[in-house]
Design a protein around this ligand. Structure first.
Ligand SMILES: [Zn+2]
Length: 457
């Protein structure tokens, strides 16, 4: 038992603690100078400047969202994206490099982005870089890692010629070897370019308006074939691969198979692949258009089986805050892909995980925080309720019901893929480095309080 003086805290939160490996139905977390100083299995009467008792609500480590696009549409920005994160219990984001103003693939672009993070962020932000295809990019990799890039991302699919181009296989293998030297993780958008391109051209030209054609244009094999290819290409390079927004159980199995052979690969899934299906597109159309697309119920069930088995390393929102007018075209193929999600990540996932799928709350914590921190070199500061780590907490009432309304969320997008969904689980409090930044209805945070996080790997 620590001496009472060692427990003097700026903030004490009493509630149902859920850590990566334990639950304390009536425990207490104490934070001083921004860091956790104690995790207690019973409440203490040691002094604390501020003491919050949340009753039976869950007190968990702040969520780490490894996949956020604050600047793919400039009308969002780091400010609105991280405001939305704070209101959703997300205390760390990893910010993507595919910005409307141009990709982050040079040290100068990276440094401009860091300045922006330091001016605008409400929560802590680690920053991705990407690699310019065509040969020039490889020479930038070491400098970008040195400048603080937490990880890199490339795509096997040609999403956008300027913002998000494809890296061909011959270059990928060189990129892998160069990134392996930095120790950083390389995240991959894995879809087979040739098959998708041909199918999109064919189905778009048909003139048919069924929104499910988007799913038909990108069948599961386009993901699994790309994942298998990338795993094989990376195999002897030593690169630490991470597969973004995986939508098929088979892709998770492929990663597992390589992992069992020693490959340091990790995999993320998204709340939409865990809760929605292609059939939902009949009703919701382009609001649910995303890449890869929504799948069928069997895929959703398969992802949950693997979640339960501990095979998923991260839940990512893939927050893409397009304005409404990017989603209002009649033909599904003429609409933007993706949607806002950083604020709904935890409640939507927790609602399905805890109530419908009966997932162990500790596994939810591991998948929303602990394993994510480990995968991205942030475990020295983030990812669990443990003394010495940053005082990043989220309080979730797992029983409070609400209906998602994108107009009430804090992104500038003003809509949500989950609009109208009844969710059980509400974020009552978000604490970042010991500061209450969200109290369940109001933000208590200023732009610029968030810190830039360098990876520790
Ligand atoms: Zn994305």
């Amino acid at each position: 038992m620590p001496e009472p003086n060692d427990l003097v805290a700026d903030l004490a939160v009493v509630g149902h603690l859920v850590t990566s490996d334990a639950q304390y139905p009536r425990g207490e977390v104490r934070v001083r100078d921004g860091r956790i100083i104690a995790v207690l299995d019973v409440p203490s009467d040691a002094p604390a400047e501020q003491r919050v008792d949340v009753g039976e609500a869950y007190v968990m480590p702040g969520v780490i969202d490894p996949h956020v696009h604050c600047l793919s549409y400039a009308g969002e920005g780091i400010e609105a994206g991280t405001r939305s994160a704070a209101a959703g219990g997300v205390t760390t984001i990893l910010e993507m490099p595919f910005d409307q103003e141009g990709p982050i693939w040079s040290v100068s672009a990276f440094n401009d982005k860091l300045a922006r993070v330091r001016r605008e962020a409400h929560v802590d932000v680690a920053v991705y870089a990407t690699v310019e295809p065509g040969g020039n990019g490889i020479s930038q990799i070491a400098g970008l890692a040195e400048a603080g890039a937490a990880c890199f991302k490339v795509s096997t699919y040609h999403t956008d010629p300027n913002r998000f181009p494809r890296t061909p296989d011959d270059e990928l293998i060189e990129v892998f070897a160069e990134i392996a030297k930095t120790g950083r993780r390389l995240c991959v958008h894995a879809e087979n370019d040739e098959i998708v391109r041909a199918k999109v051209a064919e189905l778009h030209a048909s003139g048919e308006l069924d929104p499910r054609l988007h799913c038909a244009a990108r069948p599961p094999v386009t993901e699994t074939a790309a994942v298998a290819n990338v795993l094989e290409l990376g195999r002897d390079t030593g690169v630490k691969l991470h597969f973004c927004h995986i939508s098929t159980p088979r892709a998770v199995d492929l990663v597992q198979w390589h992992r069992s052979g020693g490959a340091p690969a990790t995999v993320e899934v998204c709340p939409h692949y865990l809760t929605l299906t292609a059939e939902d597109m009949v009703r919701r159309g382009a609001w649910l258009k995303c890449n890869p697309p929504l799948r069928d119920a069997e895929h959703v069930d398969g992802l949950w089986e693997r979640f339960r088995a501990g095979q998923i390393d991260a839940i990512a929102s893939d927050h893409a805050p397009w304005p409404k007018h990017y989603k209002d075209r009649k033909n599904i193929f003429d609409n933007a892909s993706g949607g806002p999600g950083v604020e709904t990540l935890l409640p939507v996932t927790a609602s399905e995980a805890l109530h419908t799928r009966k997932i162990d709350p500790c596994e939810l914590v591991r998948t929303t925080a602990t394993k994510v921190a480990k995968a991205f070199g942030l475990a020295g500061r983030k990812g669990d309720l443990k003394p010495g780590l940053d005082g990043d907490l989220v309080v979730l009432d797992p029983h409070r019901e609400w209906i998602v309304d994108g107009a009430e969320l804090h992104s500038n997008a003003g809509w949500s893929p989950f609009d109208g969904m009844r969710v059980r689980g509400k974020v009552l409090l978000t604490v970042s480095r010991g500061e209450v930044i969200w109290d369940g209805s109001h933000l208590h945070s200023e732009a610029g309080r968030g810190e830039f996080l360098a990876a520790d790997c």
